[in-house]
Design a protein. Structure first.
Length: 364
């Protein structure tokens, strides 16, 4: 546990926070060790070529709601020689819980959840990487500042209460921001508080002044926070210029050891690439069809989400991503006491040439 953290009364946040905390506590007692994500024996070796043969009885359980909508909107799921069962499971803690329960084959999350999965004894592999073409201009997160806190710059964070979730990317944003202004976690009070995907837990904590500052989602989450509490003095600050945009598709090693599922994943990633290209080329249709019609947002908010995400990039090689993950491992292991490990063991290189497009996705 990082130094300076204190417990928070969870009753303030309702059922969503209670569930998130239950997941966090479940993994808090998991083994505190790095795991060599190699097969324990039996099944397909991780060094073997990906199989081509997939049976019609093969099922992949995928938690990726936006990709699900794109597939179903275009009828692509009906063109596959296997079956996809879509699951409404997103976000690091929920994906990790589903992996532990063997209820999910493919999860989607930011860069920290796969690292944390290794730390809690769950071998996983990254099979696809999505980035933002300009992560500095379109950051995934901003800092939410509580009303009346008096924080106008990051140096003002000294001595303040900051929301912190060690299993999520927000923890990396906290540590990197502090480091950029010459502070450390010893200079602040970390309040352990897992974030929800929609951002309600962190924004509620800010509004109720349980914390003074917290990383919150850019775009719609930040906009709604300001709409609700801006008149009371709430504000947002952009973090220093570092990237926070990696979105990873990752799987349990047990899924890769199943020859039928491994073959299905090989095909799925090709269609996943096509889905990213479709989103890049059909932003207005995505905003209208998914965010308005399916998610129930108004037209302005739907456009805000799509615009805030910027342009999609699928890296032609994963060298930068491997270096980024190693830096995250080094940074967080030093702060949390978790063991350092080699970031290359997080990636399945067999998918590297499959999870990109050439030429790169065009700017729209």
């Amino acid at each position: 546990m990082p130094r300076g953290r204190k417990r928070t009364p969870w009753g303030l946040y309702g059922l969503t926070a209670f569930v998130a905390v239950s997941v966090a506590l479940l993994f808090a007692f998991a083994p505190n060790r790095a795991v060599n994500a190699e097969p324990a024996g039996g099944g397909l070796a991780l060094s073997a070529p990906l199989p081509d043969r997939v049976g019609k009885d093969t099922v992949l359980v995928v938690g990726d709601p936006v990709t699900q909508w794109v597939f179903e909107h275009n009828g692509w799921d009906k063109q596959l020689p296997f079956r996809i069962r879509w699951a409404q499971i997103t976000g690091g803690p929920d994906v990790t819980e589903a992996f532990h329960a063997r209820a999910l084959d493919v999860g989607v999350g930011a860069n920290v959840p796969p690292i944390h999965a290794i730390w809690v004894g769950l071998p996983v592999k990254i099979i696809a990487i999505r980035q933002r073409r300009d992560p500095v201009a379109t950051p995934s997160f901003v800092w939410g500042i509580a009303p009346g806190s008096g924080i106008t710059r990051f140096e003002d964070l000294k001595g303040r209460r900051i929301a912190f979730s060690p299993s999520q990317v927000q923890s990396q944003i906290v540590v990197q921001t502090l480091k950029a202004v010459g502070l450390s976690t010893k200079d602040v009070k970390l309040v352990e508080l897992p974030s929800s995907i929609g951002g309600d837990v962190y924004t509620s904590a800010l509004a109720s002044k349980v914390v003074d500052a917290a990383p919150i989602g850019g775009g719609i989450v930040a906009e709604r926070y300001l709409r609700k509490f801006g008149r009371d003095g709430a504000r947002v600050l952009r973090h220093p210029p570092f990237r926070d945009d990696l979105v990873l598709s990752y799987v349990p090693v047990t899924t890769l050891e199943d020859p039928g599922k491994a073959a299905a994943l090989k095909l799925y990633i090709g269609w996943w690439v096509k889905a990213q290209q479709w989103q890049q080329d059909h932003k207005a249709e995505l905003a209208r069809g998914y965010y308005q019609q399916q998610q129930g947002l108004n037209a302005a908010d739907a456009k805000l989400i799509v615009d805030a995400a910027g342009d999609i990039a699928l890296p032609a090689d994963w060298n930068d991503a491997r270096a980024y993950q190693q830096a995250a491992i080094d940074l967080l292991s030093a702060e949390t006491g978790r063991p350092r490990f080699d970031a290359t063991t997080l990636f399945d290189p067999r998918f590297e040439p499959l999870a990109t497009v050439r030429p790169p996705l065009a700017r729209r």
